[in-house]
Design a protein around this ligand. Structure first.
Ligand code: NAD
Length: 288
């Protein structure tokens, strides 16, 4: 397959490198110029002649601008596969614009981070027509270990922000429970041993425990170096609240988690730390 790859940052560069092992990849980025990938001097040039054009960009506004650029350059029937995390509305607008030009679009944000991108073990949650999903499925197999077709355009983004809203809320609940346990004189190992095998268990407790030295190795054991940075969690929580607003969904816990991560990242020292650093944050505070 001929693949155009736009957005060669932390995630895009290793994803493109994995694809380039077995496909012809041409890439473009306004800033990054990673070695080992054939580069063009515009997004349109990377998109021209490609069977699939992948975008891996920072946000919905940039995606819309790049899409307007590449859709006019792409050949009829080609697929625009967007793997960025963006708002549901932008994903659906880009898919409609692609369709108007005789192209197909799939939104497929990822879970798994830079490690997953490098090792080809990402999870993709995809929205778009079944035929387009089938076209890009072999590429998911190279870049990742699992791809779930979630339905129509935008549903990949919907799945991602719902998952990450649960993740943000659960991380906060796990961290505040640890701090309450501390103040009640409960040993953290005992807390872990009980909760990880009781009804309070969760991925944040069992697989990514925010307490250093307890449970499996996690960013907490590396001074809260990300992992998954608090500002990326805030980005996804903000997207969840944009979507909840647009869909008129009541999400009080998601709203509270968004406000807490915003405070942590914007007004406190959370930026650049793993999102599990909510634990030392709560630890340093008294009851509000
Ligand atoms: P990044 O900032 O490292 O990469 C984005 C790249 O897009 C940059 O290199 C930038 O120069 C390029 N870019 C910006 N505007 C452009 C344009 N008009 N044309 C071409 N290139 C342009 O970000 P990242 O960490 O690679 O994340 C990419 C996407 O993946 C984001 O939507 C992010 O939310 C999502 N994501 C990131 C992670 C992670 O752990 N980093 C995990 C899951 C999802």
């Amino acid at each position: 397959m001929r693949i155009g790859f736009i957005g060669l940052g932390n995630m895009g560069a290793p994803m493109a490198a994995n694809l380039a092992k077995s496909h012809e990849v041409t890439g473009f980025d306004t800033v990054a110029k990673p070695a080992g990938i054939a580069l063009t001097d515009s997004a349109a040039a990377a998109a021209k002649d490609a069977d699939v054009v992948i975008t891996m960009l920072p946000n919905g506004d940039i995606l819309r601008a790049v899409a307007a650029d590449i859709h006019t350059a792409m050949k009829p029937g080609a697929v625009h596969l967007d793997c960025s995390t963006v708002d549901v509305e932008s994903a659906r607008a880009v898919a409609a614009a692609a369709q108007d030009k005789g192209l197909a679009a799939v939104d497929a944000p990822v879970s798994g981070g830079i490690g997953g991108a490098t090792n080809g073990t990402l999870t993709f949650m995809a929205g778009g027509p079944a035929a387009a999903f089938a076209t890009v499925e072999p590429l998911f197999d190279i870049m990742g270990q699992k791809a779930v077709h979630c339905g129509d355009a935008g549903n990949g983004q919907a799945a991602k922000i719902c998952n990450n809203m649960i993740l943000g809320v659960t991380m906060i609940a796990t961290c505040e429970a640890f701090v309450l346990a501390d103040k009640l004189g409960l040993d953290r190992q005992a807390m872990f041993d009980v909760v990880s095998t009781s009804s309070g268990y969760s991925w944040t407790m069992n697989a990514y425990c925010p307490a250093p030295g307890v449970g499996p190795v996690s960013p907490a054991d590396n001074d809260y170096t990300p992992g998954f940075a608090a500002e990326l969690m805030l980005k996804d929580l903000n997207l969840s609240q944009m979507a909840a607003e647009a869909a008129d969904a009541d999400t009080p816990m998601g709203k509270a988690a968004t406000a807490l991560y915003a405070q942590f990242v914007e007004d406190e020292d959370g930026k650049g730390k793993d999102f599990s650093a909510m634990l030392p944050r709560f630890e340093s505070r008294r009851r509000a």
